[in-house]
Design a binder for this molecule. Structure first.
Ligand SMILES: [Zn+2]
Length: 222
C-alpha cells in the first residue's frame, strides 16, 4: 500500500449549547468543582480531545453500519476491507488490523477569540459551573442531597479542529469523505460529551469560510 497524500480539513467546532467533556478531579485547580471538564494541563483552557470526536463519530457510524458492533456492543473489529468503519477509524482489535486507519483527529483548542472571551468572562476557570438538582415528585421540592455541580464550556464557545485523511493509491477518496460527512451530520443531530439528553453538547461544524462542514466534505476527492 503506497501512501499517495494527506488531505487536511481545518475548521471550527461551534458549541450551540454548553459542552461537557469530563476531566479527572486529580487535575483540579483551586476553586474548580469535583466534576471538572478536561483542560490543557498548563494553560488550564478547555479543549476538545481528538479522541472524543473520533470516538463519537465512530460509534454513531457503527450504530448505522456495523452489524458486528451492534451485536457485541463494542467497537467494530471485523477488520474487513469493505468495512468503512474499520478502514477509516481502525479496527478495534490489533489482531484483525490489516490496514492503516485513514483518519487522523487532532485535539481542538479554543479559537483565539473564544479563548480571550473565556478569559474575560470567566477568568481562571474558563468554564461555567452549572448547578443541577433533582425534584422530589411528591412534594414538588428539591430532593435533599441531590444538589450537584458540574463544569461545562459555555454555549457559543468555538474550537479549532483539524481532520486529516490518509489517501493511499487505489483509495476512493470521495467515498471516504462521504462517509465522514455522514458521521458529521449524525453528530450534529446527536450530542458530544456528557449529559447530552439534558441539553448539553449540541455542536455544529463549519469550515473557516462558514460553509457547513458536511457539505464541504462531500465536495472533496471528486
Ligand atoms: Zn469493521
Amino acid at each position: 500500500m503506497k501512501l499517495a497524500k494527506f488531505t487536511t480539513v481545518d475548521g471550527i467546532l461551534v458549541c450551540e449549547t454548553g459542552l461537557r467533556i469530563g476531566g479527572t478531579a486529580e487535575g483540579t485547580g483551586i476553586g474548580e468543582t469535583d466534576n471538572p471538564i478536561i483542560r490543557h494541563p498548563i494553560t488550564r483552557m478547555p479543549y476538545v480531545p481528538g479522541s472524543s470526536l473520533k470516538g463519537k463519530l465512530r460509534s454513531l457510524l457503527e450504530q448505522k453500519y456495523s452489524d458486528n458492533s451492534q451485536k457485541t456492543g463494542r467497537p467494530c473489529d471485523c477488520g474487513k476491507t469493505d468495512c468503512l468503519v474499520c478502514r477509516l477509524f481502525g479496527s478495534g482489535d490489533v489482531k484483525t488490523t490489516r490496514e492503516v486507519s485513514r483518519l487522523i483527529f487532532r485535539d481542538c483548542p479554543p479559537t483565539e477569540q473564544s479563548a480571550s472571551q473565556l478569559d474575560d468572562a470567566l477568568p481562571g476557570a474558563f468554564a461555567e459551573t452549572k448547578t443541577e438538582i433533582a425534584m422530589d415528585r411528591n412534594k414538588g421540592t428539591t430532593r435533599s442531597g441531590s444538589l450537584r455541580q458540574q463544569e461545562r464550556v459555555p454555549a457559543g464557545t468555538e474550537f479549532d479542529f483539524s481532520l486529516s485523511l490518509r489517501v493511499f493509491e487505489g483509495d476512493d477518496e470521495a467515498a471516504h469523505w462521504q462517509f465522514v460527512a455522514e458521521g458529521v451530520e449524525m453528530l450534529e443531530a446527536d450530542t458530544l460529551g456528557g449529559s447530552g439528553t439534558r441539553g448539553y453538547g449540541k455542536v455544529r461544524f463549519r469550515t473557516k469560510d462558514g460553509q457547513p462542514l458536511a457539505e464541504y466534505l462531500r465536495s472533496l476527492g471528486g
